[in-house]
Ligand binder design. Sequence first.
Ligand SMILES: NC(=O)c1ccc[n+]([C@@H]2O[C@H](COP(=O)([O-])OP(=O)(O)OC[C@H]3O[C@@H](n4cnc5c(N)ncnc54)[C@H](OP(=O)(O)O)[C@@H]3O)[C@@H](O)[C@H]2O)c1
Length: 357
Amino acid sequence: MPAALLNEIPPPSAPLRLAAPVKVAIAGATGAVGREMITCLEKRRFPVAALRLFASQRSAGRTLAYRGETLTVEPLTEAALQGQDLVLFATDAATSRRFAPVAAASGAVVIDNSSAFRMDPAAALVVPEANGHALDGHGGIIANPNCCAAIAVLALAPLHRAAGLRRVIASTYQAASGAGAEAMAELLDSTSAYLNGRPYRPKALAHPYAFNLFSHDSAIDPDTGSNDEELKIVQELQRLLDAPDLRVGVTCVRVPVLRAHAIALTVELDQPLTPENALALLACSPGLKLAHDVAANRFPMPSEAAGRDEVLVGRVRRDPGDPSGRTLMLFLAGDQLLKGAALNAVQIAERLLDGWR
Ligand SMILES: NC(=O)c1ccc[n+]([C@@H]2O[C@H](COP(=O)([O-])OP(=O)(O)OC[C@H]3O[C@@H](n4cnc5c(N)ncnc54)[C@H](OP(=O)(O)O)[C@@H]3O)[C@@H](O)[C@H]2O)c1
């Protein structure tokens, strides 16, 4: 983490809780996550006093619907951020780094979806079901984790509490929506071009996407050989689980799925745990829904996770490579635009509402 970040987050200048009704702004409202935020606020009947929508200058004047109203998108400026109670950021890290401290200094609670503040000790990194206590005395800026970390931690946190995690190996199968609205359009357009025998030059992603998959498109760290997405997931899982020494290895792959990520997990535990007991534990863990029908060979699928609030979990089984019984394997599918981003942000805001139980 760059040391300078510590100075960029101002000390909280307002109460760190929210009183209904709340003046809400969304920065990055036109993007894949921002548009889901609008829907989450509406569906969950978040007590919004007024909603303002911001994006880049390119989108100024566009309109988006909210609760039957037509709202006009405004360009994001420092002045426009003044006077809000809550600002949800769904912008790239550089934009969040520039504007989130401004919103926080003006007295708003900020919840940021980018990677800008996730590893900054002055900002809380929160998935409410896993570490909601981290919101206590938060510093004004709260970070939403990487989408795969948010999805995985829903299963890892209860396993960690029950049997202690020693080591986690994760392989991700990440959808187009994880790379934003442009990548979703690219999957549709390049598939159509492929099926119609037309040439297609990738624009949003580096490689041909139709009927293909490739190593995650974030930059490779030459020292470790890991890409940026893999490094983020390792660090953020350690932080979310409050387990800085947890051994985590991750391989991230982009697959030609429009929406919802899948993750294969292998977890080595301190204590043996049978697959039956693990299933029973995961079945009653918040945010998860079992998809484990062995007879029908039916397990979590992105097509069934897309648009759902819960993360699907199943294929829980013993790792045949570890006769001690301390290693389990499981499979998850979760809508990363929801639990991995917009929904998690709104759930954090709900926890900060006065009177939240
Ligand atoms: N997609 C996911 O599943 C996911 C999951 C977790 C976290 N995240 C993170 O969430 C953030 C948003 O991701 P996304 O997938 O929604 O991206 P996206 O679809 O590309 O949307 C980006 C948004 O940011 C706005 N923006 C870009 N530059 C701006 C600027 N200079 N000033 C103001 N607004 C600006 C864009 O406005 P215009 O429309 O005007 O360009 C758009 O509204 C990213 O940091 C991403 O890493 C994404």
